[in-house]
Design a protein around this ligand. Structure first.
Ligand code: PLP
Length: 405
């Protein structure tokens, strides 16, 4: 039995009243709520173990360093990285992708080279590559998506060539929900010796990620999408690539020896971690991962899949003119939708008056919305703590709102 009561009891914010209605939080793809153990971890670390990490010989510094490096090992275990030295802490998935676009670009991309991304990318996995292309005179090649929201794999194969330097694709789409066949995508790129970065921002909390099984070269995700604190992200990278690339930012921590004439850089992972890290946040992230593993990712994924299927069925059968953007066979718990000509902002604003939090807008994926002829869309997204009753209350609210409009 899925322990829904126990899970909901662990998230204080779920008891919030919004405009005199109980909160129904369906904006989990934007960010997830935090369980008490994560909130406690922040309080506990600041209360008992706060001092700058790595450089200190004193007690508190060593405690803080232990928590921070323990968190790195926890993340490595969570994604099955071969070594915690291949786990770089960043501020989020965005910074992780920018790091690769910059450092990989400096090392390996020249004029005339190509970078392959896809139409369904979040801006965070478009703009850094565009900036790289502008710097280097390289070109972006973009894999098409079909009507159901799946990647056109024939088109993908046709884009790979000796000019392709890297493939950067989302593991799961934040609009369509599509879970891409990333193992196949990676294997096809590797046949040509091309490394692959996966943007795991939308996959990490909804499926088991095993970087070794995927044989992925870089994997990026954000802590706040997996019930951890904001401001922390993870970049996993294969050692040989991380070692071959130059550092990202300069400063403390990332150096071995500095003189005015010459600086040598620190070993992995510190080479990519200039400045004081958010060691309290990394510790809190490790507690979020413990929490998720206690429930079990497979159980969470199954629970969310049931909610998605129930909600999708109700939407299409109960509302004339309704549609769902993204009908891929493999989907994570995201339903981007519209009802006739109703503007998504009106839907979102009125639903909020009834306590229901959904997201509306372009979801940082403007080229994807363009592809389907939209400028904005409504999106409901589920997390481990949502219930079938909440889906029912969401639909009660949706009927009222559509009636009003
Ligand atoms: N990639 C995808 C698919 C996302 O959904 C998001 C956030 O919504 C990001 C990247 C960026 O994540 P962050 O803003 O946490 O860096």
């Amino acid at each position: 039995m899925y322990p829904i009561e126990q899970i909901r009891g662990a998230f204080p914010i779920l008891h919030t009243q919004v405009h005199k209605h109980p909160l129904i939080y369906l904006d989990n793809a934007a960010t997830t709520q935090k369980p008490q153990c994560v909130l406690d971890a922040i309080q506990e670390a600041y209360s008992t173990s706060n001092a700058n990490v790595h450089r200190g010989v004193h007690y508190l510094s060593q405690r803080a360093t232990d928590l921070h490096e323990g968190a790195r090992r926890r993340v490595a275990r969570f994604i099955h990285a071969p070594s915690d030295e291949e786990v770089i802490f960043t501020r989020g998935a965005t910074e992780a992708i920018n790091l690769v676009a910059f450092c990989f670009g400096e090392a390996f991309v020249r004029s005339g080279d190509e970078i392959v991304i896809s139409t369904m990318e979040h801006h965070a996995n478009i703009v850094p590559w565009q900036m790289l292309c502008q710097r280097k005179g390289a070109q972006l090649r973009v894999v098409r998506v079909n009507e159901s929201g799946e990647l056109d794999l024939d088109h993908y194969a046709s884009l790979l060539s000796e000019r392709t330097k890297i493939v950067a694709i989302s593991h799961a789409s934040n609009v369509l929900g599509t879970i891409n066949p990333v193992k196949q995508i990676i294997a096809q790129a590797h046949e040509r010796g091309i490394p692959v970065l996966l943007d795991g921002a939308q996959a990490i909390a909804h499926s088991r990620v095993d970087v070794q099984e995927l044989d992925v070269d870089f994997y990026a995700f954000s802590s706040h999408k997996i019930y951890g604190p904001t401001g922390i992200g993870v970049l996993y990278g294969k050692r040989e690539l991380l070692e071959a690339m130059p550092p990202y930012m300069g400063g403390g921590e990332m150096i071995a020896k500095v003189t005015f004439e010459h600086t040598t850089y620190n070993v992995l992972p510190f080479k990519y971690e200039a400045g004081t890290p958010d060691y309290i946040g990394t510790y809190a992230l490790s507690r979020a991962l413990d929490f998720v593993e206690e429930i079990g990712l497979e159980a969470i994924a199954q629970h969310e899949a049931e909610l998605l299927s129930y909600a999708s069925g109700r939407l299409l059968s109960e509302f004339e003119g309704s549609y769902i953007l993204g009908q891929a066979e493999h989907k994570s718990a995201i339903m981007s939708f519209g009802i006739g000509e109703i503007h998504p902002f009106d839907l979102g604003t009125l639903l909020d008056q009834l306590g229901v939090a959904i997201r509306t807008g372009h979801h940082c994926a403007e080229p994807l919305l363009d592809r389907y002829g939209h400028t904005a869309i409504a999106r409901a997204s589920w997390g481990m703590y949502n219930t079938r009753e909440e889906v029912d209350r969401f639909f009660d609210a949706l009927h009222r709102v559509v009636g009003m409009l």
